[in-house]
Ligand binder design. Structure first.
Ligand code: GLA
Length: 380
């Protein structure tokens, strides 16, 4: 049975009737531009084949009914109870409905039956995939005319205000706006979004995604602490955001402590790398990108201090085994790395990292070769 059949079947079991449709939204990896989104900077993600599916239909009572097939849990709530403060997985779908209503859109009672094959807690935006799939379903079911970027922003609002994770726009924008065989270059201030071709296989490359199985969370303190430090630095520099730094050395000289200077240096240099990667990709020079991935990882490790031993070992072992470039992807403190490989090398590089993990006594990693895929939409 395909996953679409599974969500449809569960929907019928739950409601006694067929869903009005099935919608999807993917997870993502960020190629480059990490911890830049909430600094009004630049990101360059692509969407994964792994995606969340939701079978949905409107209801005639006053309930929101949400079922997570993978967890075998069903949550029912009166639509009038939609309010931040709810924990657990149902905060993601409920948060999207809440954000839509907060923005003045008419939403009604709805059944949402969810399943996802985006690995959880791996930094691959499993939560954004759920949010953006529910957003796509709600917009169609309630005939809401909302642009893709606005859908992404409302999904981000769900994550920030309903779930309580102070994240930027990267994940929801990627899950909503990406297309097959492309990356998405997003200016997180102007919201100008440009699709950039990533013809990996025809250029002789593949990108390995390796999950270190070191779980992470954005609701806990480290992510928020980095964000707060950036905002404090911008305030001290009397700039709207770190994006506005023109002269890095002059800015660093004005900041009070070494840790803050390192954080700022990461953001400024990462923005430069993201812009350069975008330009090079547009010019078709994909072979120049792996070097930028290496520099990004060093910056996250040494300046932003968001890597952990498993992640650093994965990057080093992948490089030793022949990866052309490698970096942690996502919010950090665990999760996944991406390794830019020559076509056909991904599996042997994954196996080499697995051996290195075994020698270090770390839990075995999981890996797959990523294929830049399409953003949220209707499946059936
Ligand atoms: C997480 C957040 C994003 C972004 C990245 C770091 O994935 O959800 O908004 O800040 O971390 O680049």
């Amino acid at each position: 049975m395909t996953t679409a059949h599974v969500v449809a079947t569960h929907y019928v079991d739950l409601t006694g009737s067929a869903p009005e449709g099935i919608w999807f939204a993917p997870g993502r990896v960020n190629l480059i531009g990490e911890h830049t989104d909430y600094n009004d900077g630049f990101v360059l993600p692509f969407a994964l084949e792994q995606r969340a599916l939701v079978a949905a239909g409107s209801r005639s009572d006053d309930l929101i009914v949400m079922r997570a097939i993978d967890l075998d849990e069903t949550v029912r709530m009166p639509i009038s109870d939609l309010a931040p403060g709810r924990g657990g997985w149902s905060a993601y779908p409920a948060g999207v409905l809440w954000a839509l209503r907060e923005a003045g859109h008419r939403i009604g009672p709805i059944t949402l039956v969810l399943s996802s094959n985006v690995p959880l807690g791996a930094g691959l935006s499993s939560s954004a995939a759920i949010e953006c799939a529910v957003m796509a379903a709600a917009c169609d079911l309630f005939e809401l005319d909302i642009s893709p970027i606005e859908r992404a922003k409302l999904s981000q609002r769900a994550e920030n205000e309903y779930v309580g994770a102070p994240t930027g726009l990267l994940d929801q924008a990627a899950s909503t706006l990406c297309q097959r065989e492309t990356g998405l270059f997003l200016d997180c201030r102007t919201l100008e979004a440009t699709l950039v071709p990533l013809p990996l296989s025809s250029k002789g490359f593949e990108i390995l995604v390796l999950d270190t199985h070191t779980p992470h969370s954005h609701v806990d303190g480290e992510y928020g602490e980095r964000r707060a430090t950036c905002e404090e630095a911008a305030r001290l520099l009397q700039l709207p955001a770190l994006r506005d730094i023109d002269d890095l050395e002059a800015a660093l000289a004005k900041l009070p402590d070494e840790r803050m200077r390192r954080r700022v240096r990461h953001v400024v240099t990462e923005n430069e790398r993201a812009r350069l990667a975008f330009t090079l990709a547009l010019q078709g020079h994909l072979e120049e990108l792996p070097g930028l991935l290496d520099a990004s990882h060093a910056s996250m490790r040494d300046d932003y201090e968001i890597t952990v031993p498993t992640v650093d070992l994965a990057v080093t072992a992948a490089k030793t085994a022949g990866a052309l470039g490698a970096r942690m992807t996502g919010g950090g403190f665990g999760g996944c790395i991406i390794a830019w490989c020559r076509s056909g090398d991904g599996s042997s590089i994954g196996e080499a990292v697995e051996r290195a993990f075994a020698e270090a006594g770390f839990t075995a990693p999981a890996w797959f070769v990523a294929h830049p895929s399409e953003g949220a939409g209707r499946l059936i």
